[in-house]
Design a protein around this ligand. Sequence first.
Ligand SMILES: [Zn+2]
Length: 340
Amino acid sequence: MTATAEWKAASRHPTFSFYLTAPACKQNPAVALAAAELADGITISGPKGPDVAKRLRDAGLEVPFLFDGEGYKPENLLGPEMWVEQQAQVGAARLLLPGVFIPWERDSESTFVDIIKEQGRIAEVLGAVILAAVDVRWVAKKTDLVVDSLLSTGRPVALILADRGDPLSVSGAVIGLQRLASQIVRLFLLRSDHGSIGALAFGANHASIGLTTSTRHYAHSSSGAWRNPGSSARLFVRPCLDWFLAHVVAGWTAAGSSLLCPLPCCCDGSLSRYLDDDFDATWHNMNALAEFASHIIGAEPADRRAEFLKACRDAASQYGLAGVQGPEDPKAQLTSWSFS
Ligand SMILES: [Zn+2]
C-alpha cells in the first residue's frame, strides 16, 4: 500500500510505518521486505539507520524511510547537521533531528519549555522535524504546556512516549495523547504500540509501530524496562487489541475459546500454533497490526475516531466472558480508550 504521494509535506493523509532497529533490518532483511509490503514506510532506529537503508535500497527495496537516530539515549551523540545530511543523502521521507530526552519534573516546567525551544530553533535552521522522547507524565499531567510549547516552535514534531512500562497505561495519558493528536498540526508518533493508531484517528500524521517490547516505547536507562516474563512468543491478538504470550493464548484455545486468525499470515489457523518455536510470530504480528492500521486510515477522516473507539470497545467486550477460558481483564490502555 506504499503511496509516496501520501508522504508529501502538505498531505493530511495519515501514514504508518513499522519501527525496526538497524540490527534487525540487517540480520533479517525479510522483516524489512514485509514492512515495505504491509506499511507506508519503514522507520529504522539507531545511528546506523541511513547505512542500513542504503544497503536495502541497493538490494532493490523501494520504500519511504524515516530515521530515529536515538539521540535521546545517553550513548548516542549525533551532531544535528551531520545527522540531517546523512538522512538527506539516502532520501529520507522526512528529516528528523537526532532526538532529545525530556525527563519528568513535577515542580518545574522550564526543563520541557527550554529543551523544546532550543530544538525548535535547530529544527527551523535545518528544515527538520523535532524528535523528542518525552516522559509520558508530561503528556498525561501537563498536556496544555506540551501542546503550547510544541505549537510555539512552528515545526513538525515526532514524539516518543517514555515510561518503564506501557506509557499509555499511565492515568491521563490516553486523553493527553488524544489532545496532542488533535491540536498539534503535524505530529508523528515513533517507537509506539497500537495506541498510536488511535493518535492517527484523532489527527496525528504518522504512527511508527514497534514489534518488540523494547521498540513499542522508550524506557530511559534510569527507569529500566520490564522484562519479558517468559520465552514464549508474543502475539498481537487483533480481536483483543493487545499483546499476549503464545502459551497464554494456547490456554484459551484449549478451553474452547478458539482464536483463529483470518489474515493471510495464518489462513484461518489457530494462534496457538505459535507455541511451537518453528513458527515465527513476526509475520502474523505485522499482518494483524497492518490490518488494524489500514482499517482506521482507510475510514473517512470524519469517521476515524468513532471507528477506532468502536474497535476498542469491541475488543474490551472480548475480556472476562462468563463460562469461557479467555482473556480476563483488559489492560489500562484499552480501558482508557474504551471509556473515552
Ligand atoms: Zn495471523
